[in-house]
Ligand binder design. Structure first.
Ligand SMILES: [Zn+2]
Length: 327
């Protein structure tokens, strides 16, 4: 007895620094319907975020075919998430500290379903492994560029969560302690301070992913300043990646989020650092790739999180959601 895939869906949400996305996602990861809006970078905004996402979620739910069932809800958030209850412990860029995001969103959706929340880069890593660039890989590293840089490390098929679930903060690996750029975390010379959006856009008085893409386009057209900026970022990124390859011997390193756009202009420097700084036997197998799921990596990861209870206990969940599976 199996649920019919088109009848079962989850609601998936993605809270990035600069945008809010909601989607109805079917079994297998197909995005069936979606809503998105820009998010102003305006400080702690739990109420607005939950307001917008709950409205989107209700719209998606109401627009779903009458014979389909929502089996779960998953959300990706660009911060450090307490496993179990979806509490955002720390979201550095907009000042979220201990915000009960998962509980509030669940309450406002009113579907009687808990909202499972995960860190965006953790979810991106898992999505790429399950449905993207790293299908079949058991050991991989995913770097997600946003304003900062998040990370997901999968070892032996499992995400390294750490003791409290806050592991893989690759963006705060210190690569340039002497005279490095100040980081949003209060430290200096962290990887994300040297390769994140601010490092690229320092000269231009702009922020945001459109500005990042404009610099990348300028570099493609041969603009010397843009090329130099990407090369400098590539060198710091290469130092970070070289450390990670020596530590974890991954089969693949994936560049996602805004790093997906930035990587092609920085790849030569990354490869040069790997050649110079990684132990030869550790670099023999490693593949460097950009995210196959692109801007949807975190959303697809959130959907997988939403489906997890159904996959772990299909009959239990289907009974609770009152879906009668067809034989
Ligand atoms: Zn930092």
């Amino acid at each position: 007895m199996r649920p019919q895939s088109h009848r079962v869906y989850v609601l998936a949400f993605d809270v990035a620094v600069d945008r809010l996305v909601a989607a109805r996602v079917g079994l297998g990861g197909a995005i069936l319907d979606r809503r998105a809006v820009d998010r102003p970078r305006a400080g702690p905004d739990l109420e607005r975020v939950v307001d917008v996402l709950a409205r989107f979620g209700r719209q998606l739910h109401d627009a779903a075919p009458a014979d389909s069932v929502c089996a779960g809800v998953g959300a990706s958030y660009c911060g450090m998430i307490r496993p179990g209850d979806g509490m955002v412990r720390y979201g550095p860029h907009l000042g979220w500290v201990d915000q009960a995001f998962g509980a509030e969103l669940g309450r406002r959706l009113g579907l009687g379903l808990p909202v499972a929340v995960g860190n965006e880069a953790h979810l991106g890593a898992q999505a790429e492994q399950r449905r993207g660039a790293a299908v079949g890989f058991q050991n991989l590293i995913y770097l997600h560029g946003d304003v900062g840089v998040g990370g997901g490390i999968i070892v032996g098929g499992k995400l390294l969560g750490g003791d409290g679930g806050y592991g893989c903060e690759l963006g705060h690996m210190i690569v340039n302690p002497h005279g490095g750029r100040p980081c949003g975390c209060g430290s200096r010379g962290c990887l994300e301070a040297e390769v994140g959006e601010r490092a690229l856009l320092d000269a231009a008085d702009l922020i945001g992913r459109d500005a990042v893409r404009a610099v990348v386009d300028d570099a493609d057209r041969g603009d010397p300043a843009a090329r130099d900026a990407l090369r400098t970022i590539g060198d710091w990124l290469g130092i970070g990646v070289a450390n990670l390859i020596n530590l974890f011997n991954p089969g693949m390193v994936i560049f996602g989020g805004m790093l997906r756009d930035m990587y092609p202009g920085a790849a030569a420097q990354v490869r040069a650092r790997i050649a110079a700084n990684v132990l030869p036997v550790a670099r023999e197998q490693v593949r460097l790739r950009t995210s196959a799921l692109g801007d949807d990596a975190t959303l697809v990861g959130a959907a997988e999180l939403g489906f997890a209870p159904l996959l772990a206990d299909p009959l239990g969940v289907l009974t609770r959601t009152a879906l009668r599976p067809t034989a």
